[in-house]
Design a protein around this ligand. Structure first.
Ligand code: DC
Length: 221
């Protein structure tokens, strides 16, 4: 049976960086479920689909081919065979993912995709509902959080590093708005699984977080 490690939490809690490093350390695959929501959002925007139209979004999801290639150089997201790894990180995509994320029938397609990938091999999965909905029986579950000021600072630094000029206050507001949408949607909301281990990463370095998770997994065999 494949071993599944889930990492959920709000944007900026450190999930992606930690999940990537932890997967390397464990020699497990890495699955970024947010990248899937982003890729479908990108396609819907490109095809000018009405984002309020759930049936149209489901139809789109069903004819979409998504592949996540876990390369040493980073995660490659292939949307219908095209590399969209950069395009899915734009502000436009980020701010529109909630349409896809809130649609129950679209989530069903997403969850099926995620399970079909995750059930085949040992994997570290990260997202919002991976420990609650996608893999409720996962062997190891973690929930990462950090205070809003720290999460906003991390996003700011990340964007700055990419050469993007961003307004810090606006970034914080967008993060709060995304938190709110993630926490309150009716299906697959951001929620700590009852059996997940919580870790506040506000004052921790990436390495400290990775090592804490790694030690827990090793200790529990
Ligand atoms: O992790 P991320 O910021 O790349 O995710 C982008 C959006 O996708 C997030 O705001 C909500 C949605 N998402 C989701 O609804 N469920 C998941 N398991 C992962 C992401």
């Amino acid at each position: 049976m494949a071993i599944i490690v889930t990492i959920d939490g709000p944007a900026g809690a450190g999930k992606s960086t930690v999940a990537k490093l932890l997967s390397k350390k464990l020699a497990f695959a890495y699955l970024d479920t947010g990248a899937m929501y982003r890729a479908l959002t990108l396609k819907a925007l490109n095809e000018k689909i009405n984002l309020e139209d759930e049936e149209a979004l489901v139809k789109l999801a069903k004819v979409t081919k998504l592949d996540l290639e876990d390369n040493p150089a980073g995660l490659k997201v292939l949307l219908d065979g095209k590399d969209v790894s950069q395009e899915i990180r734009t502000l436009e995509v980020t701010n529109n993912t909630f349409y896809i994320a809130r649609a129950p029938k679209v989530r069903e397609v997403m969850v099926d995709w995620q399970r079909s990938i995750g059930n085949k091999k040992n994997v570290v999965v990260e997202g919002r509902d991976t420990g609650t909905v996608v893999f409720p029986k996962a062997k190891y579950k973690f929930y990462l959080d950090a205070d809003i000021a720290e999460r906003s600072k991390r996003r700011f630094d990340e964007l700055k590093q990419k050469g993007k000029d961003v307004n810090k206050e606006l970034l914080t507001e967008e993060l709060k708005d995304r938190d709110n949408k993630d926490l309150t949607r009716k299906v697959g909301p951001l929620k700590k699984a009852q059996d997940a281990i919580s870790l506040d990463t506000t004052k921790l370095t990436i390495d400290e977080v990775v090592n804490t998770l790694y030690k827990h997994i090793n200790k529990n065999g």
